[in-house]
Design a protein around this ligand. Structure first.
Ligand code: GTP
Ligand code: MG
Length: 498
């Protein structure tokens, strides 16, 4: 549609369409967002499997960094005037904490890495929302597409003017990092994101939240936790899900720090040895050390303080305590096995799994919805009535095609997931399932079954949803039912002809 329309619209709109086309063929852009120091960069490193994003301190934590796939590892500073400058990695293979350039001139960083994860996801690390530094907030908002048009000054670099650029800018999905106690402004930040991302009503279709730093939760502060950290974290995550649910698919507890340490090759044989040394200390010394971070590094014992500092930085007390328990249970445990235990206890696996089911499987739908919204915004911004009409008509034609039905399904799914349309739990689940995969077997909830069986089932469900739409459904449910009916019908058609 974009290609077809390009000759019929103004040069400016056509340039916007070119950008939309580029985005459609690029990996899904996932922003990692959240409050300052919530552990965003740590989580980015865990996802990429390399300690590359600067964490904790340094001016780079105030910048947006885009991590994308490249054939050679490199980092570029992109300045507001469009100039780019390569920067070397530091000795540990990370982005240097200080860049040696005037940070006020910097728009953002582009990191190209060979990591396989980035082949189908571009990960955007952002400075903390709610930080006091107005400049970094502005940079984040600009990249997330939440920035208002009128305060956009720079960006002479692209062919696009600020208005058009804003219409196509922005991440398509968000991984939202919260820590214990979601604050009201977290919700607002998330709302701002969903309102302004190209995919309109998005929410649960393109946003996941994690409850990070689960290890720092005090179990006694959570009712029914039974004194267990993970239990407490799960309960808290559930509670926060109720608060955030209309806007995110899920809230998953995670220990970003342990995930980073285990996944980035930072957990060494020497670390395992140091832990073994700690495990051999007498009970009283060990208990004292584990009382607090201060005690852990300052108390006198046979393991050098520098070594202990490193462990604390990489694992924090909970990670150290868990590792010691693993060693107690199996004194012969290898460094590799210990690393896997850490990874298991980090909760990263569920986050990766959700990223797969929520983002990867729906990437085409999410990108298409974002693209349509961008196209509409571009036509709107052109101010040319005729052009607006042409684009509008083209979108109508496009949406009538069977392939576009997935967009309607995503919309329906959003309404149901957000609770905007109430549905009995089993039906809501069915809507989610139909909208959450590209695999017909998965969509029908019958993975791996024979085609004949799938064909029959698709027809059966198509008929069921049609009669539900006419009898028994509320008007809002009926609209959803129509969409689901058609989805099954199209699946049936596809199965019969394919
Ligand atoms: N205990 C614990 N500490 C963590 C965890 N995740 C991150 N941290 C620590 O929290 C601090 C901040 O982490 P960052 O990843 O820099 O946080 P950020 O959100 O990127 O911070 P800004 O970019 O400055 O907003 C670092 O000292 C991390 O080691 C976690 O799961 N548990
Ligand atoms: Mg950071």
């Amino acid at each position: 549609m974009c290609t077809g329309l390009q000759p019929q619209v103004s040069e400016r709109t056509a340039a916007g369409f070119a950008e939309v086309l580029r985005r459609l063929s690029a990996p899904l852009q996932v922003a990692v967002a959240g409050r300052i120091k919530s552990g965003k960069s740590t989580l980015v490193n865990a996802l990429i499997g390399r300690r590359v994003a600067p964490t904790d301190v340094g001016e780079c934590t105030r910048l947006v960094t885009r991590f994308q796939y490249g054939t050679v590892d490199r980092v570029e500073v992109v300045f507001h005037d469009g100039k780019k400058q390569a920067v070397p990695f530091d000795a540990d293979g990370g982005i240097p904490a200080d860049l040696g350039v005037d940070i006020d001139e910097v728009s953002h960083l582009e990191a190209y890495l060979t990591n396989a994860v980035l082949r189908d996801l571009t990960v955007i690390d952002t400075p903390g929302l709610g930080s006091l530094d107005a400049a970094s907030v502005a940079r984040t908002e600009e990249l997330l597409g939440t920035r208002k048009e009128d305060d956009d000054a720079a960006d002479a670099d692209s062919d696009l003017d600020p208005v058009s650029r804003n219409a196509v800018a922005g991440a398509e999905a968000v991984l939202y990092v919260v820590t214990q106690g979601v604050r009201a402004d977290d919700e607002q930040a998330l709302a701002a994101f969903t309102a302004a991302t190209a995919s309109r009503e998005a929410g649960p279709v393109n946003a996941i939240a994690v409850l990070n730093k689960a290890d720092t939760i005090e179990p006694s502060s959570v009712e029914d936790s039974g004194g267990e950290v993970w239990k407490a974290a799960s309960l808290l995550a559930e509670k926060q899900a109720q608060l955030l649910k209309p806007k995110v698919a899920d809230v998953l507890p995670v220990i970003g720090l342990l995930a980073e340490t285990a996944e980035s090759g930072e957990f060494t044989a020497a670390d395992a040895e140091a832990l073994r040394g700690l495990a051999q200390l007498d009970e009283a010394t060990r208990e004292t050390l584990l009382l607090s971070a201060d005690m852990f590094t300052s108390w006198e014992c046979d393991v050098p303080a520098g070594t202990r500092n490193r462990l604390l930085e990489r694992m924090d007390l909970f990670g150290i305590r868990s590792a010691l328990e693993s060693i107690d249970a199996d004194p012969e445990i290898t460094a590799g096995a210990l690393r896997r235990r850490l990874l298991d206890s980090s909760g990263l696996a569920s986050v990766l799994n959700r990223l797969d089911t929520v983002f990867r499987a729906r990437a085409d739908g999410i990108k298409a919805a974002a693209a349509l919204a961008s196209v509409t915004a571009l036509a709107h911004a052109s101010g040319d009535q005729g052009e607006r009409q042409r684009v509008h008509d083209a979108i109508e034609v496009l949406l009538a095609k069977p392939e576009a039905h997935q967009l309607r399904v995503l919309e329906a799914l959003t309404l149901v997931a957000a609770g905007a349309v109430a549905m009995p739990a089993d039906l809501a689940e069915e809507v989610m399932r139909v909208g959450s995969s590209n695999d017909v077997g998965e969509q029908l909830g019958l993975p791996g079954r024979h085609r004949n069986e799938l064909t029959d089932y698709a027809l059966e469900r198509a008929n069921w949803w049609r009669s539900f739409s006419s009898f028994g459904a509320t008007p809002a449910q009926s609209r959803i039912a129509h969409v689901v009916h058609r989805a099954y019908f199209l699946i049936w058609q596809q199965l019969r002809s394919g």
